[in-house]
Design a protein around this ligand. Structure first.
Ligand SMILES: Cc1ncc(COP(=O)(O)O)c(C=O)c1O
Length: 436
């Protein structure tokens, strides 16, 4: 048999294996776990993974190129750069803005970046990692995004950028953020790690700011295991992100390719001698944050399922909301931001002050029934040990972020959840509150 025939046979066997190895399972309330999130995959995804491994190219290759082109087209953006995580995507998006090649608009040490106090740590960490100063704006319940009222007063003389996540797939107020950015000449990075497919005034989030970031960790809208992406319409920013991602190099050749610029040995840059190999010329203090082609291959097949996943997440959210409406006297239920069509990553719930039980009692009750819950990531990030003594500016008293830290949790909306599971979540919440 030829190598091609053997490959076809292996892939056919992989499909058979996947059917046997991961059969559809029944649901037994209280026994079967009801996770908050998880990878939803089939034999095609496993075939892609094996196909890429049989190439044994290992580093970024044909699947990464295919994914970057298809994913950029899906967003309606010009450029997508794959990286090894959503955290790396945030680090690269912000670090790109520190490049000296941006001249006066370059972010410099001590410049301020507006961010939200309630959220995920690696939305904020890149600000500090770059010697910039985070300005913490309070969050808002029940949208869980930066509070528009607080944001109004947040801009100071050194504020240069805004980096917010669209929390749990619910867009932040893009009318306000983009108006502020225009007025004060601020960069905008949209952390879309939890919000792929969310829309604001009918347009995809991630297409408003200068740069957008995505995560492909298994909990996310589509997965590669580990992975992330930076997206932008701006060719200059694309080149900067690429440079910081790929060791800081000035050269932009694909892995395994030489002399894309046709003057590999003709450059004169920095204090290097004339003709120093462009492949080993560094214009930035960079990293290596690329992923492997096996990860990208899984992304290629997952991407084909993305639209269906988003619809199912929205449907699960709507079903849960309808089921939980009778509990609204004890629970604050989530609301979409005005003009937004979220792509819900989860279903956030905050206990009212006079609720019959506290948050921790309620999530323990759910846990005993095998229903997964998560807190809203780091709660008020400034209360976290890692953020204790950081240089920062705080707008207001962050009382709502504290309320989120003390009283909020979320349950799943991911496409693997069935109606029976959603019924069980609602019934268990009612029981836990003594409202059954
Ligand atoms: C809002 C947000 N940003 C960034 C990340 C980091 O993504 P990753 O886990 O791929 O590093 C996450 C992770 O879930 C997230 O929720």
């Amino acid at each position: 048999m030829s190598a091609d025939e053997l490959r076809a046979r292996i892939l056919a066997l992989v499909a058979e294996y996947a059917t046997e190895q991961w059969p559809a399972k029944g649901f037994l309330p209280g026994v079967t776990p009801v996770p908050v999130s998880g990878k939803v995959f089939d034999g095609t995804d496993v075939q892609h993974l094996v196909d890429a491994s049989l190439d044994f190219w290992l580093t970024t290759g044909r699947f990464a190129r295919e994914f970057e082109a298809s994913f950029a087209a899906w967003w309606g953006l010009k450029h997508c750069l794959l990286v090894n995580s959503g955290s790396s995507a945030n680090l690269l998006a912000l670090t790109a803005l520190t490049s000296p090649s941006l001249g006066e608009r370059r972010l410099r040490s001590g410049d301020e970046v507006l961010t939200c106090a309630a959220g995920f740590p690696t939305t904020v960490a890149p600000i500090l990692q770059n010697g910039l100063v985070p300005v913490f704006v309070d969050a808002h319940i029940p949208t869980y995004n930066a509070d528009p009222a607080a944001l109004e007063h947040a801009i100071g003389p050194r504020t240069r950028a805004i980096l917010f996540a669209h929390t749990l797939g619910n867009p932040f107020d893009l009318d306000q953020v983009m108006a502020l950015a225009e007025k004060h000449h601020l960069w905008v990075i949209e952390d879309c790690c939890d919000a792929v497919g969310a829309e604001y005034r009918g347009r995809k989030v991630g297409t408003f700011g200068d740069l957008a970031t995505v995560s492909f960790y298994p909990a996310h809208h589509i997965t590669m295991g580990e992975g992330g992406a930076v997206l932008t319409d701006d060719a200059k920013l694309k080149k900067l992100v690429e440079s910081f991602r790929d060791w800081g190099r000035d050269c932009w050749c694909e892995p395994g390719v030489d002399n894309t610029c046709h003057k590999r040995f003709d450059w004169k840059l920095g204090d290097l001698p004339q003709g120093y190999d462009h492949k080993y010329t560094y214009s930035h203090l960079g990293y290596n944050l690329k992923l492997t082609d096996m990860q990208a291959a899984v992304g290629v097949s997952q991407l084909k399922k993305l639209d269906g996943f988003i619809l199912k997440r929205r449907a699960n959210f709507d079903s849960l909301r309808a089921r939980l409406t009778p509990l609204a006297s004890a629970l604050i239920l989530p609301e979409a931001t005005p003009h937004a069509n979220p792509s819900w990553f989860g279903f956030p719930i905050t206990l009212r002050e006079d609720a019959p039980v506290d948050r921790n009692t309620l999530i323990r009750h759910l846990d005993a029934r095998k229903i997964g819950t998560r807190l809203l990531f780091g709660g008020n990030l400034l209360r976290q040990p890692a953020f204790k003594d950081i240089p920062c500016r705080v707008v207001g008293d962050l009382a709502t972020s504290d309320q989120i830290m003390n009283g909020t949790f979320w349950v799943g909306t991911y496409p693997g959840l069935t109606d029976a599971m959603l019924d069980f979540i609602a019934a268990s919440l009612a029981e836990g509150l003594g409202m059954a």
